[in-house]
Design a protein around this ligand. Sequence first.
Ligand SMILES: [Zn+2]
Length: 478
Amino acid sequence: MHEIQVHNTLTNKVEPFVPQKAGEVKMYTCGPTVYDYAHIGNFRTFVFQDILRRFLKLRGFKLTHVMNLTDVDDRIIANAAAAGVSIRDYTAKFVQAFFDDCRTLSVESPEHWIRATDHINDMVGLIQTLQKHTYTYDSEGSIYYRISKFKDYGKLSKIDLTGIQAGARVDNDRYEKESARDFALWKAPKAGEHFWETPIGPGRPGWHIECSAMAMKYLGETLDIHTGGIDLAFPHHENEIAQSEAATGKPFVRYWIHAEHLLVEGEKMSKSLGNFFTLRDLFGKGYKPSALRFALASVPYRRQLNFTFDGLQQATNSVERLRNFAARLKNEKFAAGGNAGMGRLIAQFADDFDAGLADDLNAAQALAAMFDFVREANIAMDKGEFRQAEVAPAQKFLADFDAVFAVLEDNDAEKLKALGFATGSDADDAEIEKLVAERQAARQRRDFAASDRIRNELAGRGILLEDTKDGKVRWKRK
Ligand SMILES: [Zn+2]
């Protein structure tokens, strides 16, 4: 096995991963802000942290992984007030949707799922500690963190603090690097909005204090790993460091690991561009959960992921290829004995797979090792050169692969059904005929990506297509 190396945003270096306590990893991931459905950009990060946790588990580490649900946030509180419901009632639907989405994408549950609203006392306690250490000041019922007092402020995001005015404040939880300012730990109540009565006054916590308080409550003062999307590095994670380290005097996190952005067809995803997708949007178009997971997992996390429908179609095909191979390995009868050459190849590919993941989770390298193996093994099977003795090591390699990538089990239809997508056909004939004609037109202009996409959409709705020899198409319901 290869030494695990990860990129640490704090040092901006790829470093050997050595947890504080041998064999155990304490890890925190900033979870979703539950005021809407999570989108595929969010899930790029959640799939990445899932690959990381699964790889560490495969390597035998005992994981204590905490993920929070941010259910106290400016937008949530304002939306809940506007809807005239409690925070719990407002967020319940999105919390459930998030859990369902995670299950559908085979994102494992962390050891602790926690909610900000259950930890207000812990946040208040941490703010009191910061008050005692004189890192705070009050203004109009809110409590602010004085960043000039924390010497290391900026060490994660490497922002330049020259020219920052002492005492200038920002109330928004989310702001740009250019507006590095004293930030709110505790916010005074706003008329008509929910607040908590606490020893530090009425109000509600800022977003940053939530994660510091919850992470340290479950994982101790120093975490091994903190993950999140790169957009969280500033201000959120920078502020988490400032709060936690000012309170404890100890390093808060040893390895900061951040996933890069996701683009859609080369552009930033946004509702106004019409390229904004939740998981459900894609499942509604007929794509499978396994294909989406594969597409999100296949690009190394420090590279921008350009999500495309062609890529998603390729991911669909890749998963199919792996499943077909796993089925072949399981069902075919192979000649007795062994083939030393194939045995060595399996060991080599399995080693390459491990080396890829150990090298800062290089998913592309790990997947290349798997697909090279599948190609070589298929060739050997076709020639009758794959023997019984190689079945067990090949299955072990597949099992290790799937412990991390989790796409082999053919359970897409079940998962979609659980989300409320009809997997049998609910489309009427006219609608199907229309899609079939669109696909024919796409094929005629040799737009095979579009043609595959429509075939896939139809398949997702339970329609099978059969291309006949005379160039026509027959379709039937599954
Ligand atoms: Zn956070």
